[in-house]
Design a protein around this ligand. Sequence first.
Ligand SMILES: NC(=O)c1ccc[n+]([C@@H]2O[C@H](COP(=O)([O-])OP(=O)(O)OC[C@H]3O[C@@H](n4cnc5c(N)ncnc54)[C@H](OP(=O)(O)O)[C@@H]3O)[C@@H](O)[C@H]2O)c1
Length: 334
Amino acid sequence: MQTIDATKVPYKTLSNGAKIPVIGLGTFGSDNYDAETIAQAVKTAIKMGYRHIDCASVYGNEKEIGVVLKEIFSEGIVTREELWITSKVWNDKHKQVVESCKQTLSDLQLDYLDLYLVHWPFPNFHAPKCDVTARQPDSIPYIHENYMNTWRQMESLVESGFVKNIGTSNMTIPKMKLLLRDCKIKPVVNEMEIHPHFQQPELYQFMKDNGVGVIGYSPIGSPGRPERDKTPEDTVDMEDPVIMAIAERLNVHPAVVCLKWAVQRGQITIPFSVKTDKMYTNLKGITEGPLTDKEMEQVSKIDKQCRLIKGQVFLWQHAKSWEDLWDLNGEITK
Ligand SMILES: NC(=O)c1ccc[n+]([C@@H]2O[C@H](COP(=O)([O-])OP(=O)(O)OC[C@H]3O[C@@H](n4cnc5c(N)ncnc54)[C@H](OP(=O)(O)O)[C@@H]3O)[C@@H](O)[C@H]2O)c1
């Protein structure tokens, strides 16, 4: 197997001084891959030179990933301190954050997480189980008081040492303003959908201005996302003529152009693949020469505001459409 010297992979320094590798391996297998396949991909990735893994309890594979992490440590491939491991609390556990984190630690066979995120700001206190596939009509909208109760538990995890850093995911500007106003420990990152056809420039700039790092998910346009997330309007980043032309000049896959653009823009990127060749292509792409200023500008102009992960499964009963999830109809005040 081809490998990359992990010391050649850049880091980004977060607001509290923590250093996170700019590329991590995603682990959401969608409807395409089982837990064991993803766990083996994690092992391959770490042997290859990846040092950052993006996990979540709802992906249903933390136990299997825990087994390979144990193997990796006992085989002396890396030490725990060399890895950055992220996980996320799912919507059904917003009132049991500490318990959920301890379950994740037990499943991953770790003593601490480098980063723990609130996966979505839409809790579901009555969910029958942790399940991303089921439509969840009992999900409720963002209520700041609820979120702060959740966030206080996140803060306690830092204080007790189970977690080194905490952050958010799928937050908007109005929600983040309220959290920044009321938090004791500031989120070090917001993990959010970003790819060339969905650049979220205002949200990105807001995070930057407020010292919140950005982890961009679905960075190459999530071609393997579940059918339930697809709509006829969705566009394909990797088939964009601008992306393809740059890929041709650099003699790389269009996916690599998306990843280079993300990192050069200042994001942390977490592409998913279980295929050794694709994992290698992506990691190598990040360590090789940059896009030119002109190419960065060209990519900045192909934003189509095409959100792929719309969150339809969380639509609460009185929401008219998925747009309501994203505060597109104005500020929230409480
Ligand atoms: N916080 C959140 O709410 C949230 C939401 C969504 C995702 N995420 C995280 O972000 C990660 C990545 O997002 P994603 O999985 O939606 O989308 P993605 O990384 O944009 O796309 C993954 C797909 O792209 C393909 N691919 C990867 N590298 C490639 C290459 N070099 N050439 C061609 N195809 C390539 C993979 O193919 P193969 O199937 O052939 O390997 C896979 O189907 C997830 O795994 C998860 O960890 C977080």
